[in-house]
Design a protein around this ligand. Structure first.
Ligand code: HEC
Length: 175
């Protein structure tokens, strides 16, 4: 979390600030149509978070893991498109592996919002996807019946996802 906030602080001069209304967050400039898709995706992330907490309160760790992995994990947009195309899980994992390995996202910018974002924001997006993958992994490995320790681990991992949401929001806004 501290590291994330510091990352935000380091970028101040790259983006410039606008504090007319006391809002000194860095501005990410994107085309208007990208902005509305970006904010829509953000609202979906809040829905995803809600679905995860609902699944956890029902003791349904598999569904919580599924949502984090499929809707918040690295390449979730690619995954969604490929699922709609009826591709197999193997094909999807192979494609995501290729994307992960590609040295430069400029060669493989993917389908997600990252391709419109400056490097620093994309890096924070990557931390977000990693936190989601970590959560999914913890949630998948819960014992039956779940122990108190399991619940603690799961909620710690969930709060690590939320930390990244908060860190990004306190550093950036879109225009
Ligand atoms: C990589 C950076 C980043 C991450 C990670 C991130 N967001 Fe955002 N989010 C933004 C930015 C930038 C905005 C626009 C804020 C603004 O312009 O005031 C935003 C806006 C939002 C909005 C407002 C949408 C609207 O219609 O105005 C919601 C809701 C939201 N985010 C939820 C989340 C949730 C929940 C998470 C984590 C699960 C999350 N975000 C993670 C960058 C991020």
């Amino acid at each position: 979390m501290k590291r994330l906030l510091m990352m935000g602080a380091c970028c101040l001069f790259v983006f410039g600030t606008s504090s007319a209304y006391g809002d000194d967050r860095n501005v990410i400039l994107v085309p208007q149509e990208v902005k509305s898709i970006f904010l829509e995706e953000m609202r979906t992330h809040l829905d995803n978070l809600n679905e995860i907490t609902q699944a956890l309160s029902a003791g349904d760790f598999k569904t919580a893991a599924y949502i984090a992995e499929n809707k918040m994990g690295f390449g979730h947009s690619v995954r969604e498109v490929m699922q709609q195309q009826g591709r197999t899980d193997e094909e999807i994992e192979e494609m995501l592996m290729k994307l992960r390995e590609s040295k430069s996202r400029i060669d493989h910018p993917g389908r997600g919002m990252g391709r419109f974002m400056p490097d620093e924001v994309r890096e924070m997006g990557r931390v977000f996807h990693d936190a989601a993958a970590h959560f999914a992994n913890i949630a998948k490995n819960v014992a039956t019946p779940p122990t108190t320790d399991d619940y603690q681990r799961v909620f710690t991992a969930l709060s690590e996802i939320i930390d990244v949401c908060s860190a990004c929001h306190s550093s950036y806004r879109v225009e």
